[in-house]
Design a protein around this ligand. Structure first.
Ligand SMILES: Cc1ncc(C[n+]2csc(CCOP(=O)(O)OP(=O)(O)O)c2C)c(N)n1
Ligand SMILES: [Mg+2]
Length: 903
């Protein structure tokens, strides 16, 4: 081996080129010709095999072939392998043009009526062909016989979906008129896909960019889970996700793509609309977003189909026997392309083909006009159809289609390919007329400038065709409906045992919950519907026994003997495993939660997800997914484990959660509970299952559970109503006649500190206190606000009384609340209390410490609760200051300690 010829040395970069002297063009030509002949005689598979062997041979010979996951800047499917386009192309073009017009009209009209109401024209303008080929040939509707395909529509393309539904007769002109003005009489249309706002239409919220690609991956995987567990029949239904190329910069967008290939999700298709632009300007002005995405997806073993060039390029490519054109195509950066594709033919000739006389010769016969009309692949239905067909037929893994388009296609001077196009909402008269003429909309000049909606006659061939296509594909889409049947049982038996307490045994609320989960998994009605979801925290929450009993879902079963096979609770993976063990991804787990919690609509199956995670890594990290879940009417239970700032000992400020219940306030249809005892959890779960799966309410739950063990008491009488409403008196004052009285409020594990304070106050200071368990500040807050507004709106009615006020109507004494969360929680309900409230909480950064030290640090332990109570009594003139002074000493409190909020 002669090293000199092709070995590189690091200190001499020019050697890297390492082209042996004397390599002639003819040598290359010979290799290319011999490959061509293999291709012709034996086909692409044999040719690929030879190349693969050559690569291996070269590696063994020490040739350093740089890794590249890229293919040339060309269509993946060559013209000769394109299938026949099965539709009526001309008719489909006309239908598409009408949709383009109406989509534009709804945005322009809305902004004429209300300046700055917004809306997007250019996103759909670039994606129209991508959607229309899907609507006419691929997206199957949901019907009794077939579950249908799932489509995540790009949020900003919503006007196009509305415009189509208008042609389909599914959306009235009035609704179209009220785009983005939903509160108008007769209703309107939501800006983006929001199932909360349009529950009969949209299925998946997509407009917070980056969420839907990740949700789509987990949806496709969940569909397989349902099949592998025998909960739904095996079908070839697909999950399509349409995204923007700019959107792929969101870390969530590509964050789970290896899961899709690992799980061989050939039921998943991504379509990335590569218009090379985002909101401000080019996605990669100085690079090539398509090549970047190709290498990322190919590296993750996806099937990548590039749809870059339209049919007009095919004859030119055919003339290019030397591969110069494809090479040239790969040379331009996106910033150059952005300009090129909206430039005149003469410009294209000079700046693109003009780089090499041989390229110029290729287009010599073509007039400038023909060069201007060279379409991009994403605007050519034949190319798009070929890509979709290949994607649908592909087996063994997911497919991504990278389709090149022009942002604002057809807008001409009004914004085609311009950096400002994303924000374009108004067109002047000339621009409107030009758009009308370009797409052949049958409106005269006078009518056109009024931008009316246009719908051809019911019996027009356009509408007949459109309807026939949808009929053949199983009905309209998007369309949302609840298809599951309500549960019937009330599950009294299931939960009753947890009302009895642990008979002195010390258990945590987490352990209590896991006990309930285990029981639910065995229930004849809901057992199979329960979907436990963990992000690599099952052991943290003592759930490892479930590994063995219900198994961890794996689409391939278990190909290895687990290292702990001889133990009772070995790590059992199974094809029909029930647990979704997602690994360390709260976002992915949440996406599974959403898929499982919306299966009642998507699949007509009442799966009940229980996603249990480190509470600090929930709302704080993936709040936007939780918001999307709420929008999507997802049902199920989020369990914030290891919760409570001072209850999780040792872990320090990143782990210790005193925030999530405050963050949970913001999600309107989420019920948030901070229970202290097992029976409280049982009551909440039972009622939650009833409300969501029997009564069909579009709500979900957040329940925090802790890891501090203590004896679980039996339910003290019938307090179910209070637990659900947010508070109930747990323990009455020992001496209600006492002159010194107090009402103490505690939540979660801090309730025990409150109970200890009750005892200290009674025995040491003669203060008799009632203790209340506050299970949900959020519920109390919502109730108080609702009562206030009803009273305000109906001043003539007998004033309603907030639940908090009802509870405390006859409760004497000072008021003190303590929780493991921010002080704002009790403070926000204090206005409905009969008197001033003293609040203790955990505002500030947690410490790596034990529980006792932290509760001292945050001033939420029984001593501080005692002190707060005494101080309130002193403020009311009920006791002397000396009592408080003495108590500070007796309780061992350092009055000069640092303020936890700022230290
Ligand atoms: C998480 C998030 N951040 C920002 C936005 C605001 N936004 C809406 S569209 C857009 C640009 C979209 O570009 P791209 O994904 O390329 O889609 P295109 O319209 O070009 O098809 C931005 C920044 C958003 N909707 N969501
Ligand atoms: Mg874009």
């Amino acid at each position: 081996m002669d090293n000199e010829t092709y070995t590189h040395t690091t200190d001499s970069p020019s050697d890297v080129i390492s082209v042996p002297h004397g390599l002639e063009d003819t040598q290359i030509q010979e290799w290319l010709e011999s490959l061509d002949s293999v291709l012709e005689s034996s086909g692409p598979e044999v040719a690929a095999e030879i190349l693969e062997r050559l690569r291996a041979h070269a590696t063994v010979a020490g040739i350093d072939l740089p890794f590249s996951a890229n293919t040339p800047y060309a269509n993946t499917i060559p013209a000769r392998l394109e299938p026949l386009f099965p539709g009526d192309q001309e008719l489909e073009r006309r239908i598409k043009s009408l949709i383009r017009w109406n989509a534009l009209a709804m945005v322009v009209r809305a902004n004429r009526v209300e300046h700055n109401i917004g809306g997007h024209i250019s996103t759909y303008a670039s994606a129209a062909t991508l959607y229309e080929v899907g609507f006419n040939h691929f997206f199957r509707g949901r019907s009794e016989e077939f579950e249908g395909d799932t489509v995540y529509f790009q949020g900003h393309a919503a006007p196009g979906m509305y415009a189509r539904a208008f042609l389909e007769g599914r959306i009235s002109p009035q609704k179209l008129e009220n785009f983005r003005r939903e509160l108008k009489p007769g209703g309107g249309l939501s800006s983006y896909p929001h199932p909360w706002l349009m529950p009969d239409f949209w299925e998946y919220p997509t407009v917070s960019m980056g969420l839907s690609p990740l949700m789509a991956i987990y949806q496709a995987r969940f569909n397989r889970y349902l099949e592998d567990r025998g909960l739904k029949p095996v079908t070839d239904a697909k999950v399509w996700a349409f995204l923007g190329d700019g959107e792929t910069d969101e870390p969530e967008s590509l964050g789970a793509i290896t899961l899709a290939s690992r799980e061989k999700l050939d039921n998943l298709i991504f379509v990335v609309n590569c218009n090379l632009q985002r909101l401000d300007g080019p996605v990669r002005g100085n690079g090539q977003i398509i090549q970047e995405l190709e290498s990322a997806f190919r590296g993750a073993r996806w099937n990548v189909i590039k749809v870059l060039w339209g049919s007009e390029w095919d004859p030119i490519l055919e003339r290019d026997t030397e591969g110069l054109l494809v090479k040239r195509m790969g040379e331009l950066v996106d910033g150059e392309y952005q300009k090129l594709v909206v430039s005149s033919g003469a410009y294209v000739r000079e700046h693109f083909f003009g780089s090499d006389p041989r390229l110029l010769a290729l287009v010599e016969p073509l007039p400038d006009e023909a060069l201007r009309r060279l379409r991009l692949g994403g605007h050519d239905p034949r190319k798009v159809y070929a890509a979709y067909k290949a994607a649908v037929d592909h087996r063994g893994g997911p497919t991504v289609i990278l389709a090149r388009t022009i942002k604002g296609y057809g807008l001409g001077e009004a914004g085609e390919g311009k950096n400002v196009t994303h924000q374009q909402k108004k067109l002047n008269e000339d621009e409107l007329k030009e758009f009308r003429s370009r797409f052949g909309i049958p409106l005269n000049d006078n009518d056109c400038v009024e931008v009316p909606f246009y719908r051809p006659a019911e019996d027009s061939i356009e509408l007949q065709y459109l309807r026939a296509r949808r009929e053949a594909l199983g009905g309209y889409t998007p369309k949302r409906s609840v298809r599951s049947k309500a549960l019937v049982a009330d599950h009294d038996e299931l939960f009753r045992e947890f009302f009895d307490g642990s008979e002195g045994r010390e258990v945590s609320t987490t352990m209590a919950f896991v006990g309930m989960l285990r029981k639910m998994l065995k229930d004849p009605e809901i057992g199979k519907l329960v979907v436990p979801i963990v992000p690599d925290e099952a052991r943290t929450f003592g759930m490892e026994s479930l590994f063995r009993t219900v198994g961890i879902y794996s689409s391939v079963g278990q190909k290895y003997e687990p290292v702990d096979v001889n133990t009772l609770l070995y790590y059992k993976e199974a094809k029909d495993g029930q647990i979704l063990e997602e690994g360390i991804t709260e976002a992915g787990s949440m996406a599974s939660f959403i898929a499982a919690g919306s299966a009642y609509a998507t699949h007509g199956i009442n799966t009940i997800p229980f996603f249990i995670y480190y509470s600090m890594f929930g709302f704080q990290r993936i709040a936007d997914f939780i918001w999307a879940a709420a929008d999507m009417r997802t049902r199920g239970f989020l369990l914030g484990g290891t919760s409570g700032r001072t209850t999780l000992s040792g872990e320090g400020l990143q782990h210790q959660d005193g925030n999530s219940h405050v963050l949970a306030l913001s999600v309107p249809n989420l019920y948030a509970y901070d229970p202290a005892f097992a029976y409280e959890i049982a009551v909440i779960l039972q009622d939650g299952i009833r409300r969501m799966y029997k009564d069909g309410e579009s709500i979900f739950y957040y329940i925090t559970v802790m890891n501090e063990p203590y004896a679980m008491p039996a339910m003290p009488g019938d307090v179910k109503d209070g637990i659900l409403k947010g508070m109930y008196r747990y323990k009455k004052a020992a001496n209600p006649k006492s002159k010194l009285r107090a009402q103490l409020f505690g939540s979660g594990a801090i309730l025990n500190e409150v109970l200890r304070a009750q005892e200290i106050l009674d025995t040491k200071y003669g203060v008799s206190a009632d203790v209340w368990s506050v299970t949900s500040y959020k519920a109390l807050y919502n109730d108080g606000n609702e009562v206030e507004r009803l009273n305000r709106l109906h001043p003539g009615d007998k004033p309603r009384v907030p639940y908090v006020s009802q509870c405390l109507a006859d409760a004497p004494g000072v008021l003190v609340a303590a929780s493991d969360y921010l002080k704002t929680l009790p403070n926000m309900i204090s206005k409905w209390m009969p008197r001033r409230l003293a609040s203790l909480g955990t505002d500030g950064f947690g410490r790596s410490e034990g529980r006792a030290s932290q509760r001292d640090f945050f001033e939420v332990d029984s001593r501080f609760i005692t002190l707060a109570t005494l101080h309130e009594l002193y403020s009311d003139g009920k006791i002397e200051r000396s009592v408080v002074d003495k108590a500070i000493k007796e309780l061992g409190i350092n009055p000069d300690k640092s303020n936890p909020v700022i230290s």
